[in-house]
Design a protein around this ligand. Structure first.
Ligand code: PNS
Length: 163
C-alpha cells in the first residue's frame, strides 16, 4: 500500500500545547505528517514563518514522521501536489466548528481526493489558543500552561511588554 501522508495546516502563531497534541496523535495515524505553516489572510502574524517553523521543529523533534514546511498558496493545491490523503485539523468547541466546516467543504470542492479529518481536542486544551498565548505573554503573564515547556521562554521573551 502506498504511503499515507497527512497535512496538518495552520497559522501556528505560535504553536501551542493544543496543536502539539493534534500533531502527535496524527503522527500515530499516518505514515508521514506535514505540518504546514500557512498564511491566513484574515490574520497578521506576530511571528515570521521561519520563526513559527523553528518553534514547531523544536517541539516535534522526537516525532520522526513529522516534517515542517511552509506554503503561501492554496492548501488544496499543496495537498494535491504532494499526494496527501488527509487534512488534519483540531476542534475545540462549537465556535470552531462553523469555520472549520466551511473550510473543509471549500477544500473538498477544490480537491476532492483528500479527506478533512477532525480530531477533538483534549479537554484540558479546550481554552488554549495562539491568541490567548499572545494576549497573556504581552502582559508578561505565565504562559507555561499553554505552550510546550522547551519554547515557553523564547515565546515569552519575544512577546514581553516593552519596558
Ligand atoms: O490556524 P488557522 O489560522 O485557523 O489556519 C487556517 C489556515 C491557515 C489553515 C487556512 O487559512 C488556510 O488553509 N490557508 C491557506 C489558503 C487557503 O487554502 N485558503 C482557502 C481555505 S478554504
Amino acid at each position: 500500500m502506498s504511503e499515507r501522508i497527512a497535512v496538518c495546516p495552520g497559522s501556528f502563531d505560535p504553536v501551542t500545547l493544543g496543536h502539539l497534541d493534534i500533531m502527535t496523535r496524527a503522527s500515530k495515524l499516518f505514515d508521514r505528517v506535514i505540518v504546514l505553516v500557512s498564511s491566513n489572510y484574515e490574520k497578521k502574524p506576530c511571528f515570521s514563518a521561519e520563526e513559527r517553523m523553528e518553534l514547531i521543529r523544536e517541539v516535534t523533534k522526537n516525532l520522526p514522521n513529522i516534517e515542517v514546511r511552509t506554503h503561501d498558496g492554496l492548501l488544496a493545491d499543496y495537498v494535491r501536489n504532494i499526494g496527501a490523503c488527509a487534512i488534519v485539523k483540531g476542534l475545540r468547541a462549537m465556535t470552531d466548528f462553523e469555520y472549520e466546516f466551511q473550510m473543509a467543504l471549500a477544500n473538498r470542492k477544490l480537491y476532492a481526493d483528500a479527506e478533512t479529518v477532525f480530531m477533538v481536542t483534549k479537554s484540558e486544551n479546550m481554552y488554549v489558543s495562539s491568541s490567548v498565548v499572545k494576549n497573556i505573554a504581552s502582559y508578561g503573564g505565565d504562559i507555561s500552561g499553554f505552550v510546550p515547556p522547551e519554547i515557553a521562554g523564547r515565546i515569552a521573551e519575544r512577546l514581553k511588554p516593552k519596558a
